[in-house]
Design a protein around this ligand. Structure first.
Ligand code: FAD
Ligand code: MLT
Ligand code: ZN
Length: 494
């Protein structure tokens, strides 16, 4: 459940009435409206998938879900909501991990899922223009025959939408190679909180004409407007892709390994992902892998997945084989063992191990997820500090927190700490974890959110990573765009 400190009261907002619903029926087809209000009231069960987040941690209160098909319809809905002071929660694939896409009080959910057309794709420039509701994986499939790939990839690709990715500024598994969405997004179409359509759907690589407004919506988490269209630069598909999975004797070897791998692989290294022993064992116990021989893994303390994406299979394999040989034959090897994928299916199963960890955490219990940036050298210290904290509070074990683990995007300095509450979320567990974790992160000069965002989970922790001046100017920006505070209220800003 959401605890009291995260539930703001919205006295400035009105709940949806039958009159509002009648107006929405003038804008949308009946099949695009779900509401528990008469005349066509549906049961709360029909709204459950919009009111419950992916983790089952946040429970929404929306009594109405609208599923527009066009930007014009979004605009008309928003105009009405502004007039009637009705809060709006934009929702994409609802895979967010910080409670950003869930209605806190009686705001409506505006789901983008029915806006899922590709508008254009230019195979020469690689520029893709699509509705915000397109699922990330279907966009990948759309451009694959043209030998292009999306510049981002994440475990939630089968459900998350490009509009949601942009609104959370999602990072994921390809950021190391292709950079963040702040660079690859060329233009956006956004419905602003007064219903105006801001058309900045540029397909230009270069456009240096003053303030770049679109950047505010990348990572805006739906608090400044609703993204309805996206123009994004997609890179050519690599001609050759390989991956290796390495077992390391201890955490201290991760940094020197990263340096060695970068030096030896050079431009072909495209991902460098980290998995600690607890996360690895959890993956194995839930049927991921096995990737490595258990005997050879021995008491390895952590694991690294390295991916290469290059232009020549033979050249890349030679480099990778050379890397593995030199790693294993060193006087004091940095790794215990490793495997180089030998086929597309082995390549896929190595990635599936890393991507599957999020789902395994769900199977273990209820995860408290802390997605933070800290210096790579401190990853293990931070994870250990949390475990020790829970031990010292008598909250470590199958009765409370059964596992504390770390995995993540080492190459980006992004650690995912997962703290598993075996029997479900409980206030005393959260109180032991927060703000302690944020204080630890701040003491390492880290960020309380590396890639998942602030949502409703971390509004009270924003100040650990943003100065008072920054927060004040964020508030001013919110006030300029959304003076009525109807657009995803209670999210991002404390
Ligand atoms: P939602 O969850 O629906 O919404 C997220 C936020 O964006 C909300 O605040 C919502 O209001 C807003 N929003 C959604 N659509 C719009 C829109 N069109 N206009 C305005 N606001 C909008 N995240 C990463 O960064 N990296 C990862 O590697 C990663 N891996 C994941 C793996 C799994 C298995 C899961 C479940 C999640 C993962 N995530 C990851 C988190 C999540 O998938 C991403 O944040 C994703 O970008 C959310 O997209 P969505 O369409 O599901 O958005
Ligand atoms: C990941 O990298 O796997 C995701 O961001 C999701 C998670 O933190 O589990
Ligand atoms: Zn991640």
């Amino acid at each position: 459940r959401r605890w009291a400190h995260n539930i703001p009261s919205f006295s400035h907002l009105n709940a949806v009435t039958e009159e509002d619903l009648a107006h929405f029926h003038k804008i949308l087809a009946p099949t695009s409206i779900l509401s528990t209000l008469p005349p066509n009231s549906t049961s709360t069960d029909d709204l459950a998938s919009y009111n419950e987040d992916w983790m089952g941690k946040y429970h929404g209160q929306a009594n109405t879900v609208l599923r527009p098909r066009t930007t014009q319809q979004v605009s008309e809905i928003v105009k009405w909501c502004a007039k009637r002071r009705i809060g709006i929660v934009p929702q994409g694939g609802n895979t967010g991990l910080v409670g950003g896409g869930i209605s806190l009080q009686k705001e409506i959910v505006l789901s983008l899922g029915a806006m899922s057309n590709v508008r254009s794709f230019d195979p020469v420039s690689g520029i893709l223009v699509a509705d915000a509701g397109c699922v990330l994986e279907s966009l990948s499939e759309y451009i694959a025959p043209h030998n292009h790939i999306m510049p981002l990839d994440l475990g939630a690709k089968g459900s998350c939408q490009i509009g949601g990715n942009i609104s959370t500024n999602a990072g994921g598994l390809r950021l190391l190679r292709y950079g963040s969405l702040h660079g690859t997004v060329l233009g956006l179409e956004v419905v602003l909180p007064d219903g105006t359509i801001l058309d900045q759907l540029s397909t230009l690589r270069k456009d240096n004409t003053g303030y770049d407004l679109k950047q505010l919506f990348i990572g805006g988490e739906g608090t400044l407007g609703i993204v309805t269209g996206v123009s994004i630069l997609t890179p050519p598909a690599p001609q050759a892709s390989n991956n290796v999975f390495l077992a390391l004797p201890n955490f201290n070897n991760v940094l020197p390994l990263y340096q060695t791998v970068k030096r030896q692989l050079g431009e072909i290294m495209s991902a460098f992902e980290y998995i600690d022993r607890t996360a690895y064992d959890m993956g194995i116990s839930h049927g991921l892998g096995p990737i490595l021989d258990a005997g050879e893994v021995g008491d390895s303390q952590c694991f690294v997945l390295v991916e290469t994406s290059g232009g020549n299979q033979t050249h890349d394999e030679e480099k990778l084989n050379g890397l593995l040989e030199s790693l294993l034959s060193a006087e004091q090897p940095l790794i215990n063992t490793g495997v180089l994928s030998q086929s597309p299916s082995q390549f896929a199963s190595i990635w599936a191990f890393r991507e599957g960890l999020t789902e395994c955490c769900q199977k273990e219990g209820k995860p408290y997820k802390y997605d933070v940036s800290v210096p790579l050298a401190d990853f293990q210290k931070v994870v250990d500090a949390i475990r020790e904290r829970m031990i010292s509070k008598g909250l470590y074990g199958d009765h409370a927190i059964s596992k504390v683990m770390g995995y993540g995007h080492v190459g980006d300095g992004n650690l995912h700490m997962n703290v598993i509450a075996k029997h479900g979320y409980r206030p005393e567990l959260e109180e032991a974890l927060e703000p302690y974790i944020y204080e630890i992160v701040a003491s390492h000069k880290g960020s309380v959110s590396a890639e998942h965002g602030i949502g409703s989970m971390k509004t009270h922790a924003l100040h650990y990573s943003k100065s008072d001046v920054s927060i004040e100017w964020m508030r001013k920006i919110k006030q300029v765009f959304d003076p009525l505070n109807i657009m995803n209220p209670g999210k991002v800003l404390p």
